[in-house]
Design a protein around this ligand. Structure first.
Ligand code: APR
Length: 311
């Protein structure tokens, strides 16, 4: 059976790891694109060398051109500059905006029916920009933020409670970055809301570690930023899309009135399927939670205004 085609733009840490995960999981034939000569080709060949060990059916091809991406069902954008120590996600705004503009323009030329999943930071702003530049319906353009933030929250909850990771459901919404909104009330340990399991100070500490989870990795690495968990997170989203599963994942999606937000991309729970975003069911939030999400989204809108005017 022919596998769907997925293009991953950016053959760096996140892109190459995601391409490898998608191949090993048998999700797709993967096309890996990068501007750097030889890098996508070399990494694709290296992955193909593992084929008889991992026994995956699909192929991975590396290229510097967009011709081979034609007819992709999903395209993942990881092209850009990673965060350096001391650099905020917003410092990346201008540099990554011009990269995302050029990448999206070329992608839609060859894959006009694709679903675009943006990973490049600052995530919510780049996803909005990708949508604008693509001319695609908003449902077909989304970003990977909430899945990663929620995965980090789940990890820290498991650490703090000593409970198995499989028993943890964690939810983080809002902008991907310091303004993210972890929701302890809607996060559970074996079905029990987190505030019933940990005291207030412990919850606050888990939330703090989550918010600075990405920065902690950056400062440990010294150069570059997190890539295993980001790659795993985007792969899970691509799987839900390709398998048309309808899985609800905290995804960076276009909001039109939900949570009192309009014309902005931030992460909220969304059901994913073949056409991208199937549905954005609105969760009941407290006034404080709602205010936090709205504050978080305001920062995104301010950056979007700069990027759109700058364009
Ligand atoms: N087209 C294609 N690839 C590009 C372009 C472009 N216009 N510009 C840069 N790239 C490539 C680089 O050559 C590099 O191989 O994007 C890749 C980025 O890889 P890394 O530097 O390893 O960065 P990575 O850690 O993968 O992060 C990529 O994802 O999580 C976010 O903040 C992160 O925005 C960053 C992105």
């Amino acid at each position: 059976m022919a596998l769907p085609k997925v293009t991953v733009v950016g053959a760096g840490q996140v892109g190459a790891t995601a391409a490898f995960l998608m191949a090993v999981k048998g999700l797709a034939d993967v096309v890996l694109v990068d501007v750097a000569a030889g890098i996508p080709q070399g990494k694709a060949l290296d992955m193909m060398h593992s084929r008889s060990v991992e026994r995956f059916a699909g192929t991975v091809v590396g290229t510097n051109e967009y011709e081979l991406t034609a007819g992709s069902e999903v395209v993942v954008i990881t092209a850009g500059l990673p965060r350096k120590p001391g650099m905020t996600r917003d410092d990346l705004l201008a540099a990554n905006a011009s990269i995302v503009r050029s990448v999206v323009t070329q992608l839609v030329q060859y894959s006009p029916d694709a679903v675009i999943v943006c990973v490049t930071n600052p995530l919510d702003v780049m996803t909005y920009l990708a949508w604008k530049v693509s001319g695609l319906p908003a449902a077909r353009v989304l970003g990977m933020g909430g899945v990663l933030d929620s995965a980090r929250f789940a990890y820290f909850i498991a650490e703090a409670t000593g409970e198995p990771i499989a028993d943890i459901e964690a939810l983080v919404i809002g902008a991907h970055g310091d303004a993210m909104v972890p929701l302890p009330r809607l996060s559970t340990v074996a079905g029990r809301p987190l505030p019933e399991v940990l005291d207030e100070a412990a919850v606050a500490e888990v939330v703090r570690r989550t918010v600075f989870g990405g920065a902690e990795v950056v400062s440990l690495l010294g150069s570059g930023s997190a890539f295993y968990a980001p790659a795993a997170s985007v792969t899970a989203m691509v799987e839900a899309i390709l398998h048309d599963s309808g899985a609800v994942m905290p995804s960076c999606v276009y909001l039109e009135g939900q949570y009192g937000l309009d014309d902005v991309y931030v992460s909220v729970p969304a059901s994913l399927g073949r056409g991208g975003v199937r549905d954005v069911p609105e969760y009941g939030l407290t006034e404080d939670e709602l205010a936090d999400v709205q504050r978080s989204a305001r920062g995104v809108s301010e950056s979007v205004a700069v990027v759109v005017q700058g364009g």
